[in-house]
Design a protein around this ligand. Structure first.
Ligand code: AMP
Ligand code: MG
Length: 471
């Protein structure tokens, strides 16, 4: 029998509020991630029990649900109190947080209803699992529930849902900011220790606190640079990289207005609220650095009582490490193009510029490269730029790596227009496409007899121009 742990509730009371999930009279289990449930040791329950657990109607043994407190910088502006307004941490299993999203109001709900619409539940389920399969550190999807109730959203009433998310933790840069904004240095230290124990245990051997903080910034930068490089290599746009959506374990978290790009553009953005393109594709690197600096701000008082000395120390560390972001992104693209040289940014940019100019599909273009090499591709329109690129590329290619490209550049990604179809059908109570899409995305590199359009660009009328936080 599975039993939940609750290490977060051992922290001081300022870290969270206890809260029970809302009542739902007719919850239905739409999906259970059997593999993940097995891995976590959640098995031996009936369908009825699982429906009760994942809609919050019944609690797992040992579960002590809480809403976590955090702050954040949203589009660059400080918000001293956010917190789980529609999410509840049920507890931990094997060190993983199990969280319900859409399970009702909490003390952090502000004006929100604490609920979730079904659409974002289906979207997060598909995209987070696809990211995991594609090798990107991410929260996982454990279950999707239809509540049978209606929630009111931007475009009218929508069916409600509850999503169960699994994460190595839900500690965010915004969690540090919550205490830093209040100048609560005691709790900042508690949070620092908790974070190191959970995610950076090797740093606990450093006994000096300033050294620990600087080491955390270094290690965090390394992990985030890996993460953002992986996003870049897949044409993934997170869409809302506010500091409250930036996890200390450097996993992808909070799938709201995210998207996999179809036609490539360096500054592509989808989110309807991102008017300036702050979180556009190519900006994800500078924004990640900016978010790391916001974590550094929080740690300054723990580094030195003289703020100038502290800033100086941080700057020295990060100056050395920040170029990792560009380096790792180049390495990913070098792999995707079978380049001999790991840092050949001009050739990568030449290719991406060609895609942008010709309005070509990102995922398909990379998948076509072996055929471009063997002159079998009809995907790229003939042009002088193509000719020049190809000549340059052929001189820089490692031919032995070409075959590997089929295992590096996916054929199937969770394209937005397909997710929209899944949601439209889901609204009618038909989840067949949802399950089919999840199945195809389990093998994103291998050609499958039925692919439900996941390898095709949207037709003119299907293009999704805007995405919404939408919860
Ligand atoms: P997000 O932009 O989805 O990362 O959420 C930002 C903040 O808004 C977080 O504090 C959420 O808990 C809160 N929030 C989002 N949707 C709701 C909702 N329906 N009810 C209450 N709070 C919400
Ligand atoms: Mg969030």
């Amino acid at each position: 029998m599975i039993s939940f742990n609750n290490t977060y509730t051992t922290l001081p009371e300022e870290f969270y509020k206890r809260q029970s999930p809302a009542d739902f009279s007719q919850p239905k289990l739409i999906a259970l991630n059997e593999e993940l449930a097995q891995e976590l040791g959640i098995h031996g329950f009936s369908q009825e029990e699982l429906t009760q657990f994942f809609s919050g109607q019944k609690l797992f043994k040992g579960s002590d649900p809480i809403a976590m407190a955090y702050a954040g910088m949203q589009f660059g502006h400080p918000v001293p109190q956010l917190g789980d307004g529609r999410a509840l941490l049920l507890g931990e299993v094997n060190g993983f947080d199990i969280q319900l999203k859409g399970s009702g109001q909490t003390p952090f709900s502000r004006r929100g209803d604490g609920r979730s619409a079904l659409g974002p539940v289906l979207r997060e389920y598909i995209v987070s699992e696809a990211m995991h399969t594609l090798g990107v550190p991410t929260t996982r999807a454990l279950a999707a529930i239809g509540t049978g109730e209606t929630v009111l959203r931007q475009f009218g009433p929508e069916p409600g849902g509850v999503f169960t998310r699994v994460a190595s933790s839900h500690i965010r840069v915004g969690t540090f900011q919550y205490f830093a904004f209040k100048k609560d240095h005691e709790n900042l230290k508690v949070l620092l220790d908790y974070t190191l124990k959970r995610h950076y245990p090797n740093l606990l051997s450093l006994k000096d606190q300033p050294e620990r903080c600087l080491a955390l910034l270094r290690e965090f930068t390394r992990r985030q640079s890996d993460l953002v490089a992986k996003w870049s290599g897949l044409g993934f746009i997170h869409g809302v990289m506010n500091t409250d959506n930036f996890a200390l374990d450097a996993i992808t978290i909070d799938y709201g207005p995210c998207a996999f790009m179809d036609k490539f553009s360096f500054h592509k953005k989808f989110s309807s609220i991102d008017e300036q393109g702050r979180y556009s594709f190519w900006n994800q690197v500078p924004i990640a650095k900016w978010n790391i600096l916001r974590l550094a701000d929080c740690l300054l008082p723990l580094i030195d009582s003289d703020i100038d000395v502290a800033i100086n120390k941080v700057e020295k560390e990060l100056e050395k490490l920040f170029p990792l972001f560009e380096k790792k992104r180049e390495e990913i693209f070098a792999q995707k193009m079978a380049l001999k040289d790991q840092d050949n940014s001009s050739l990568v940019e030449e290719f991406l510029s060609l895609l942008e100019k010709e309005k070509l599909d990102f995922t398909k273009a990379f998948r076509e490269l072996p055929r471009l090499y063997s002159d079998e591709s009809t995907f790229f329109p003939e042009s002088k730029e193509l000719h020049d690129f190809k000549e340059n590329w052929l001189q820089n290619i490692d031919e032995s790596e070409l075959e590997q490209l089929y295992g590096i550049n996916p054929l199937y990604t969770p394209r937005n227009h397909i997710i929209e179809k899944v949601i439209d059908l889901g609204h009618e109570g038909d989840f067949s496409l949802f399950h089919q899409v999840n199945k195809v995305l389990k093998n994103p590199f291998e050609e499958q007899s039925e692919s439900f359009g996941l390898d095709e660009e949207p037709a003119a009328g299907e293009v999704v121009k805007n995405t919404y936080c939408g919860t």
